[in-house]
Each structure stands twice: as C-alpha cells, then as structure tokens.
Design a protein around this ligand. Structure first.
Ligand code: SAH
Length: 218
C-alpha cells in the first residue's frame, strides 16, 4: 500500500463508522487518526483493515471492530494529563496503540506470548515507548503498578474480576464485556471510594476472557 490510500481509508473509517455513530471526543478521534490499523493485521487482511468489522489475528483471536475500539476508549474518559491505563488482552496491539496516544503510561497483559511479541514489535516500530507489555493472566490485573485511572478489558468475562476492581483508582473507570461466551453487555464501572457504579452500554460479542477470574481453560 502506498501512503495515500490508507490515509483516505482511515479518515473515512473515522467519519462513517465512528463519528456517525456518536463518538465525538476529539482526543479519542485524534488517537484513532494516529494509528495505522493496517499495520496490526496480517498482510492477507490489510485490504480490509479500515472496514467496519473485527478481523482474525493469530491464536484464533480477533482485532476488535474500529468503532468498538473508539467507543471503549471514549468510555474511559481519561484525564487529559498523567493518565495510567491497564488493558487486558493485548491481541494485535491496536487498542494498546490507541491508548498510548491518550495516556502517559499504558500496561497491557496478554495470555499468548506469540501475540504479545508481535504486538511489541509493532508498537516499537511506531515509536510508542510509553507501553509495557506482559504475558500472563490478565484477570488478575497487574498489581505492582496499580492503581489505574482506566482499565479496559477486550475479552468477555462471565463476571467482573474482583482483582480489576481493586486495582482501579478512585474515580477511575473499568470497561468490560460481561455475559455468556456468545453474547455480552458492555459495562462501564466507575469507582467512587469503596463504591462501584455500573452503567450498561450495549450488547457486544467478544472472544472469551480465560483465566483464574474469567472462564476456565478447556
Ligand atoms: N485488544 C485486542 C483485542 C484482542 S482479542 C486488539 O486490539 O487486537 C482479546 C485478547 O484477549 C486475545 O488476544 C486473548 O488471547 C486475550 N485474553 C483472553 N483471556 C486473557 C487473559 N486472562 N489475560 C490476558 N489476555 C487474555
């Protein structure tokens, strides 16, 4: 691909899939504009990189639909300065890259080392050095660096992992799909002291969150 076609495709993606569906947050849109999505999928899928759909990545996982990335990112309502974010489910690293443009520090946990390694290469190639990746069970969070202003879970949980609630800063938000393995509701939890308030956002379908505080491995 030369430069021009993907820049046009990216802008069209932002206007028709994201702005048109109601995500207006300028900082989120700027972050989406800054990340070339085609660099996060296999070459065979690059011509669909800006289409309105999730796409397959390795290990039977998926890179989320662009709108879903924008929606989840905007729901975090990150502070404009100094934000610290935790993502569970690095996958391709695309959502991680978008977050890296909005937060001071992004940590992301992935259970497959193969995916994490590829994501690390892509993020480094884009010069995103405020990102830290770890291979492990993200249902337990990343306790050493808690609390986080935002926690974004990109896989579907049977219930909200208590470890993630514990690692949320006061006022921070946790965005997570909760439900069965086939269908979930996207939930936004905000911590207020010892209190957690839930907003239910919309029906979604994500790959399962597998781990100690998620679905059991089969
Ligand atoms: N954010 C990714 C979406 C990847 S799909 C992207 O933009 O490409 C969800 C990812 O969550 C998968 O890669 C899957 O392997 C991972 N995952 C599932 N359970 C996990 C767990 N307990 N800890 C860490 N990662 C997990």
């Amino acid at each position: 691909m030369n430069e021009k076609p993907w820049l046009l495709a990216l802008e069209q993606m932002i206007q028709t899939q994201i702005v048109a569906r109601g995500v207006q947050d300028r900082r989120v849109l700027a972050a989406m504009r800054a990340v070339p999505r085609h660099l996060f999928v296999a070459e065979a899928h690059q011509e669909w990189a800006y289409s309105d759909a999730p796409l397959p990545i390795d290990e039977g996982q998926t890179i989320s639909q662009p709108y879903m990335v924008a929606l989840m990112t905007s729901l975090l309502e990150l502070p404009p300065k100094g934000a610290r974010v935790l993502e569970i489910g690095t996958g391709s690293g695309y959502q991680t890259a978008v977050l890296a443009h909005l937060a001071d520090e992004v940590r992301s946990v992935e259970r497959f080392a193969t995916l994490s390694e590829k994501a690390a290469q892509r993020l480094a190639a884009l010069g995103l050095d405020n990102v830290h990746l770890r291979v492990g069970d993200g249902t337990l969070g990343w306790k050493e660096h808690a609390p986080y202003d935002g926690i974004l879970v990109t896989a579907a949980a049977p219930k909200v992992p208590p470890a993630l609630c514990d690692q949320l800063a006061d006022g921070g938000r946790l965005i997570i799909p909760v439900g069965s393995q086939g269908a979930q509701i996207l939930e936004c939890w905000q911590r207020q002291g010892a209190d957690y308030r839930r907003k239910r956002i919309c029906p979604v379908a994500f790959v399962p969150l597998i781990g100690e505080q998620g679905w059991p491995e089969r």
